[in-house]
Design a protein. Structure first.
Length: 295
């Protein structure tokens, strides 16, 4: 049954400090839910699946918006939308995997409202920006009245939709370090159709060949193949130190099958996801190989 919207309360703090105070909850123990672009939350409210009645509208908080480019990487304010990410010149140049992911989040209307922190906090294993952020070793900055801390993206998800975030903490920013020089970035989403579908398999990778022609840096992050977005540690190990070859690709593919644990659900089945994940891995390696041969 649909949630009756009229019964809901929305606080509009003007500063981050006010928002963090509200995140403490009231004397009765009720804690409001942060609301950013609303593209996930309003779907849940419409479906009647979100239990909360009180919300904090973060949209007006200037302190947690904007993109800052530094010497070692960029900082994305929590409210950075996917439109901003896909259109930002420096991000397009330095983080092609992330801007490619941003361009795949729903349609333009969704990208105008959907925020990077909302995608992260929603914690869907199919979230499109999550593999890109994870492969790029992003750091999630969170804050409460107790202080600020950084959580590496690879340690954020403890289980299905279970984040290493305390109930009073807000995500304020996402730090993305520049990928190693000369590395190749890759992003691939496989859905039912080319655009506007939820992924059956989504993957982002970063790979570099050292001067000796062997892989000296590799990250591969996967979505929709496990309860959480995850790095494929065994497959990365199979590639590290190896020269690109058919045998290397086969070994990495075999290792990947032991990393991931896809399920059958309404969007796809386990067998299809395993086969597609293996093909995507090989496409990543071919793409990287071609780029290194060219450059
Ligand atoms: C039609 C449609 C198509 C979509 N297509 C895609 C798609 O292709 N790929 C994809 O990945 N997603 C897709 N989505 C999902 C959604 O757009 C994204 O997950 C989006 O990034 C959510 O961001 P938001 O700002 O709208 O979050 P909201 O809906 O405002 O919030 C989502 C969750 O994050 C929490 N939250 C928000 N900001 C913070 C913060 N700063 N700190 C702590 N918690 C916070 C909220 O409390 C809530 O639990 C789609 C949604 C719709 C409606």
């Amino acid at each position: 049954m649909r949630t009756a919207l009229s019964g809901l309360s929305v606080a509009r703090p003007r500063t981050l400090a006010q928002a963090l105070k509200l995140m403490q909850g009231d004397a009765g123990g009720t804690r409001p839910t942060p609301l950013a672009g609303g593209t996930d939350l309003l779907v849940y409210l419409n479906a009647g699946t979100h239990p909360g009645q009180a919300f904090i509208d973060l949209w007006g908080l200037r302190e947690i918006e904007g993109v800052r480019v530094g010497a070692r990487g960029v900082t994305l304010g929590a409210l950075t939308t996917f439109t901003t990410i896909r259109e930002h010149a420096a991000l397009r140049r330095r983080f092609p995997a992330l801007t490619a992911a941003a361009a795949e989040v729903g349609a333009r209307q969704i990208q105008n409202r959907a925020t990077v922190a909302g995608n992260i906090a929603n914690a869907s294993p199919a979230g499109d920006s999550l593999p890109a952020l994870m492969a790029l070793d992003a750091i999630i900055r969170v804050r409460s009245l107790r202080g600020e801390r950084d959580i590496p993206m690879g340690a954020l998800y403890r289980g299905y939709r279970d984040l290493a975030l305390s109930p009073d903490e807000l995500i304020t920013a996402v730090g993305v370090p520049f990928a190693p020089p000369r590395s190749v970035q890759f992003f691939r989403k496989v859905g039912t159709r080319r655009a506007q579908s939820i992924s059956k398999v989504v993957m982002a990778g970063v790979l570099r060949l050292g001067r000796d022609g062997r892989v000296d840096h590799v990250r591969m992050a996967w979505g929709s193949v496990a309860p959480v977005t995850m790095l494929a540690g065994r497959a990365e190990e199979a590639l590290l130190g190896a020269r690109p070859s058919r045998a290397t690709a086969a070994a990495a593919r075999e290792a990947l099958m032991r990393d991931i644990a896809p399920i059958d659900d309404i969007r796809s089945d386990r067998g299809y996801r395993l086969a597609v994940a293996g093909n995507v891995l090989e496409q990543f390696l071919r793409t990287a190989d071609a780029r290194f041969a060219r450059d």
